[in-house]
Design a binder for this molecule. Structure first.
Ligand code: BEZ
Length: 219
């Protein structure tokens, strides 16, 4: 089994966090959530990542997205580590909860295990995994990065914008798309349907195949 992936319902796990006990589905509620793991507390790249996530928290909140961090360290360790995170990224406040997973069970359930990272006792450690979860509690997008690569929060935000745009307008976003740029009408939408859905029309790219499948519109 490949483990939790796009389209799956995220398990409604009960988690111990720096904000007390939560259950994932109740935490997601009627909005979106980003559940993201990091290899360990008091490690260099993770310290930069969690600070950047805190610095972007207001942008995520504007989009109705809650943040939930996770590593295999304890809640006490997370609370101590937050002091370092906030000191390293001045002005940031870690207002989102960070979940503990001392037995490494949650990272298995959420498909966040890094096959190459183990602690001194040989226990599995998390990769830099990230799931964007929708109001239906299904995974809309996932990132899976190795411990050696810190994530780009602009890209996380861009993917949230794409996922929400697609959900609202039944469109898709092309390569390197940014908010405000034209979007693509998906292949399952016929031209007849598109006329009703996109009254401002669309532009079709003139390609050698003349199949007319690359249609751009603004929504
Ligand atoms: C880091 O956060 O810098 C890190 C953590 C685990 C392995 C490698 C790097």
């Amino acid at each position: 089994m490949p483990g939790l992936t796009i389209g799956d319902t995220i398990p409604n796990l009960a988690l111990e966090t720096t904000h007390g006990k939560i259950r994932i589905h109740e935490f997601v509620g009627d909005g979106y959530a980003i559940v993201f793991s990091h290899p360990g507390d008091f490690t260099p790249v993770c310290t930069t990542e969690l600070g950047k996530m805190a610095a972007y928290a207001a942008e995520f909140e504007k989009r109705g997205v809650k943040l939930l961090g996770l590593s295999c360290d304890s809640v006490e360790s997370h609370k101590e580590w937050i002091k370092d995170i906030e000191a390293y990224t001045p002005g940031c406040h870690v207002t989102y909860p960070i979940a503990a997973d001392p037995k490494g069970e949650v990272i298995k359930e959420l498909n966040m295990v890094d096959p190459d990272e183990k602690d001194s006792k040989g226990k599995a450690l998390p990769s830099r995994a990230l799931h964007i979860v929708g109001p239906d509690k299904r995974v809309k997008a996932s990132f899976l990065y190795p411990a050696s690569t810190g994530r780009n929060m602009d890209e996380v935000l861009r993917v949230v914008d794409s996922v929400q745009k697609a959900a609202k307008h039944k469109v898709a976003t092309p390569a390197n798309w940014k908010p405000g740029e034209p979007v693509v009408i998906g292949p399952s939408v016929t031209d007849e349907e598109a006329k009703k859905m996109f009254p401002n029309g669309w532009e079709t790219a003139d390609l050698p195949s003349k199949k007319g499948y690359l249609r751009f519109t603004n929504v």
